[in-house]
Design a protein around this ligand. Structure first.
Ligand code: R5P
Length: 286
């Protein structure tokens, strides 16, 4: 593997423990202003320091992520359909490699829709994207998209992940399922697990734990973090499983502790604490 490719990958999958916590905020590319992601800058700002990388579209990156950030960007480069359109699987490549490099992406990401009407188009696009990206040492993350009509069991996901890896994807993002070990075993590249739709916090932490135990390198989690009542507490709890080897109980206790702290901070008059800082900046630094 070329040095540049290795280096970019190591920004996403941390070499000290071979784990990754990716925060997904790319949903608007087909969902528009989805619930709690209406103002991406407000979602991203408090969470950025807790994730290893951010999965993002170029529009959100340019408008809602500070250019001074040193968090690696995983740039979604596919799109073309919407939640109200005819077929979500009709995606094409919408962002050039040149723009990805200009945006200092650490990887590019696209979806494949195995078993859908546009299977051929999306898989061929993946192969072409890998060929072009490798020229620049840019890793490609393939997303095995699932839809109403597509399966979400180990048999289907093994097929989709393996096809993505065979086309040369460097990381595959997929969904957790029963017998997930089988999906991991038959995929020769690292697998990262999407969080999926919002579920109770404890269940999302259980999913994170199960995915890691089954061999995933980490999670690419969106809704289960920023649709949580306490996103900052939730991302730290997920992080404690991924990088701190916490079990579900420990992570959930951390979530509860941090969310109680944030609740009581909100209850204490925020304007009062602001004026305290203004009156005595040295004291508030301590
Ligand atoms: C979906 O197509 C997007 O690529 C999301 O990045 C992905 O689904 C992960 O987000 P969530 O955890 O909300 O499923």
């Amino acid at each position: 593997m070329d040095w540049g490719l290795k280096n970019r990958l190591s920004r996403i999958i941390k070499s000290h423990d071979n784990r990754a916590l990716m925060l997904a905020v790319d949903h608007g590319y087909f969902l528009g202003p989805t619930e709690k992601l209406e103002e991406p800058n407000k979602v991203v700002a408090p969470l950025l320091k807790y994730c290893d990388s951010l999965m993002v579209t170029r529009g959100v990156q340019r408008t809602s992520v500070p250019a001074t950030s040193d968090t690696p960007m995983v740039l979604r480069v596919s799109g073309g359909s919407s939640i109200i359109g005819d077929d979500l699987s009709q995606e094409d490549i919408t962002v050039s490699l040149e723009d990805a490099i200009r945006l200092n992406a650490s990887a590019v990401a696209m979806s494949i829709f195995v078993g859908s009407k546009y299977e051929y188009q999306t898989i061929v696009n993946l192969g072409k994207l890998v060929s072009e990206a490798e020229r620049y040492g840019m890793p490609v993350l393939a997303v095995t998209a699932v839809g109403k009509e597509l399966g979400k069991d180990a048999r289907y996901l093994s097929l989709a992940c393996r096809i993505a890896a065979e086309q040369g994807a460097h990381i595959v993002k997929t969904y957790y399922c029963d017998n997930f070990e089988k999906v991991v075993q038959s995929c020769p590249v690292p697998i990262i697990v999407a969080g999926g739709k919002k579920i109770p916090e404890r269940d999302a932490l259980q999913l994170t734990y199960n995915a890691i135990k089954a061999g995933a390198v980490g999670v690419d989690m969106g809704r289960n973090i920023w649709q949580s009542e306490h996103p900052v507490a939730m991302i730290q709890a997920a992080r404690s499983i991924i990088h701190g080897n916490s079990n579900v109980e420990q992570a959930y206790n951390l979530y509860k502790k941090l969310s109680t702290q944030s609740k009581s901070k909100k209850l204490n008059n925020p304007t009062q604490s602001k004026s305290k800082k203004l009156n005595n900046p040295t004291q508030s630094k301590k």
